[in-house]
Structures are given as C-alpha cells and as structure tokens.
Design a protein around this ligand. Structure first.
Ligand SMILES: Cc1ncc(COP(=O)(O)O)c(C=O)c1O
Length: 430
C-alpha cells in the first residue's frame, strides 16, 4: 500500500521520522514517499504487462515536476489536461509521443502548443473541438492524432457524483450512438487522424466490473467501426483505479488486470496499442499532509481540533465529502493503529471535528472522527493525500502553499519550497 509506518510509536516515511522533516521544513507540509510512487508504477505496469500498455501517469493527480520526472524516468507516459500540464510534461523529459491530452475546453493556443510538442494523442471531446484541432494542424502543416472519447454510460455506484464521468449526461466525450456518426464525418480526416478510442468512467472505481462493462461496449463499437472501414489501432481505457484510503479498500492491480487483460488481449495481439491513465492509484498513498494542532476548542457537544491546514491545502473532504485517515504522528503504544480504517477498535479515542483556519464552516478535514487525545503543538498526518491534494491547493485567505518534500529511505529533499507572503502578491506587482 505505502511506506508510511509507525516505528516505536512514531510515524516514519520510509526510514525517516516525520518529526525530523517537520523540524527542517515546518508545518503544514506535504511529504511523499519516492518508493511508494515507484512501487505503484511498477506494480500496475507489471499487472497489465501482457498488454504491454503505455502507462500515462495522470499529471493532474500530483504534478510536482520531480514526481513527473521520476515517473518519466521509469518509462511512464503522461496524461495531461491543459497547456500547463503539456509544459510540465515537456519539462520532465518524457517521451512526448507517450502523452495523451484530454479536457473539454482546450484553447487554440493550447492545441497549437501540444501539436508543436508532438504529443501522441488528443482525446477528442466534441465535434467542434475535432474540427478546431484538424484546422490548427492543417495550418501548421502537421498531422495530429485523435482518440474519440466515448461515454459508455457505465458508472460505479460508489463514485462521488462530482467525479463520475462515464455516463451519458456529463460534459465529457460523446455517447456511443454519436461516436459512429462522428467517425463517419471525421474518420478520414488527414490533419487529425482519428485512429483511437478513449474512455474514462470516473474515479475512484472500486471494482473491475465497470471497466469490464465499458471496455466490452467499446470493443463492440470498434468492431463495427472497423467493419465500416475505419482504422482504430489504439484504445485508451483511462484511469480511476482506486486507492487505499482505508487499508485494503481497493482491489489489487492484479484483480483489475485479471478482469481487463483477457478482454483486450485479442486487440493487442492484432497489433493494437493499449493506454492506461492512472493517477490516484499511483499518487494517493504516496503522500501525507502533516499539520500542527493550533488549538483545542469545545463548541456545544463537539470537540474541535483546529489545525494549521484545511480546505485551502486539501479540499477533498470539503469538495467530495472524502474520508481520509488522520492520526497523530507520535502516539503511545496503545494508540498505534494496526490499520487505517473507519472502525478502529481502540479504547480511549475522542470523537473530534478536525478543522482548518479558513473562514468557512465547510473548512474541515474530518467530521465526527475518533482520534487519540491531542494537544496544542501535536502533529497530525492526513494519510493518502498524495493525489488531488497539493495540486488543488489555493491561496484562499491569503495562505501561502505548503512545501512538498520527497523522502527516499533515510534522506529527504524539499521538491517545492514553502511559499512566502511575497509569492502571494508577486503577480500583482504590475
Ligand atoms: C481523462 C482522465 N484520465 C485519467 C484520470 C485520472 O484518474 P485517477 O487519478 O482516478 O486515476 C482522470 C481524472 O479525472 C481523467 O479525467
């Protein structure tokens, strides 16, 4: 799952005590385990190896340049969703032919930038976008490649409404019926070669079944389109593989692969290319957000633990009602958790509202959460914070963003410094 463990009651990232890092960089701070990134990337690549897929890490999940570089050095491709992420990919030294570019609102400038960068595929979200990409490619005298994003109308009931994308009525892609018309209109375009199909059904998806349903539908449509004379040599099955917010909550990579690989093997064996776009499953468990308790306060029947971080640095609880395990970084032996779970059978826990300093009632990290008793000055770790954590941080209430630290064994490196007040106003000095 990851390399965050308690040793003698103290949380370590790999072989480094969290307290040692905090002494150096302060709080709040995002702390990542390099080995966890590597393990996850290698494990997913290995599980799907029969398909020899291009694994395109989703930069949006955790886009620090050092992390993107680390994964690029392992042979990863990248899934990007903006010109800024194309730029990050370029800076990482990744093979740009292994870059896929999704997103419903790509601007002319972004499209031109991506064509010039010679990315692998644009994931095409609409007819108007296709026409625009083809026109820009023609103007530049280049050939782009397009993967039509289809909505197979499949969803996982456990996926939050704000992160499900595979149903008909989302802003992403086109529905299956429209996909056929799409190919008949644009499938022979010379400037943007429509030679791939893309799908992404949401995130997190806690079982292989929705993928099986979606891929089965997609293969059917590919067969029909091929029978109509279209060349489709690539299928991109998106991301969404779950993470262990609770110990053992997500299926293993092997479980996903056991269900998905047999479906795609014939496509692969016939010369096709398979792409995966995992983000969360690689990054989530690779990071924690460490915060210092500022105050304890009673409000009616509730005990509030007020921290120096909140929704401005980790918005998932506020935005998606996401549950993340939170625990002190130093605990007495009886409070060392044997797993990360909602239902820990430990005596002496105190139900707390763990909140941040932001002037919003919605600024919380956890509600009604049993944790060991804590005091002002104690450190808490918010686990599984590597994905959709720092990348979604804001400056709300003029709060500088925290540093990011990468641990490798018993050494650590600040891979993004803590922001200063001057950083907050720098772009306003006009
Ligand atoms: C098109 C696309 N691919 C991949 C991902 C990555 O999803 P995850 O981080 O859950 O693997 C997303 C997430 O929003 C996405 O929209």
């Amino acid at each position: 799952m990851d390399h965050f463990n308690y040793r003698d009651g103290e949380l370590h990232c790999e072989d480094t005590p969290i307290s040692e890092i905090v002494e150096s960089v302060g709080t709040p701070a995002y702390i990542y385990s390099k080995q966890t990134f590597l393990d996850h990337f290698q494990a997913i690549s290995q599980a799907f190896s029969e398909l020899d897929p291009i694994v395109c890490y989703s930069i949006k999940s955790c886009g620090n340049l050092h992390i993107v570089k680390l994964l690029a050095s392992q042979g990863s491709g990248m899934d990007v969703v903006s010109g800024g992420e194309v730029f990050r990919a370029q800076q990482s030294g990744v093979d740009m032919s292994k870059v896929v570019y999704a997103g419903v609102g790509k601007t002319d400038e972004e499209i031109e930038q991506a064509i010039r960068a010679e990315i692998g595929w644009f994931n095409i979200e609409s007819e108007a976008e296709f026409e625009n990409i083809a026109a820009i490619a023609a103007r530049l005298g280049k050939e782009a490649h397009g993967a039509l994003r289809i909505n197979p109308d499949v969803a996982d009931a456990r996926t939050h409404a704000k992160t499900t994308t595979g149903s008909k009525e989302t802003k992403f892609g086109v529905d299956i019926e429209r996909a056929k018309r799409f190919f008949h209109t644009y499938g022979k375009n010379e400037h943007c070669r429509l030679d791939a199909i893309h799908l992404h059904i949401g995130s997190p998806i806690y079982s292989p079944e929705p993928y099986v349903k979606a891929i089965t539908k997609t293969l059917e449509i590919i067969e029909e389109l091929r029978a109509d004379g279209f060349t489709i040599n690539t299928i991109d099955i998106g991301g969404g593989y779950a993470a262990d917010y609770e110990t053992g909550a997500s299926p293993s990579y092997k479980e996903y692969a056991d269900a998905i690989v047999p479906l795609l093997k014939p496509f692969k064996d016939a010369g096709g290319t398979v792409i995966l776009e995992p983000g969360r499953t690689i990054a989530a468990n690779a990071g924690v957000l460490v915060t210092e308790v500022q105050y304890i306060k009673q409000g009616g029947a509730k005990k509030f633990v007020i921290c120096d971080t909140g929704m401005h640095h980790l918005i998932r609880p506020t935005l998606y009602e996401a549950w993340q395990f939170i625990w002190p970084t130093k605990v007495a032996p009886e409070f060392v958790p044997d797993k990360r779970a909602k239902d820990l059978a430990i005596d002496g826990l105190e139900v707390s509202e763990i909140v941040g300093p932001i002037c919003e009632t919605g600024d919380y990290l956890a509600k009604d959460r049993p944790i060991p008793p804590v005091d002002r000055g104690d450190l808490l770790a918010v686990f599984s914070a590597g994905a959709y954590g720092m990348v979604m941080a804001s400056h709300y209430n003029a709060m500088p963003n925290p540093p990011e630290v990468m641990v490798g064994g018993d050494a650590f490196l600040t891979i993004r410094r803590r922001e200063t007040y001057e950083d907050l106003v720098a772009a306003e000095r006009v």
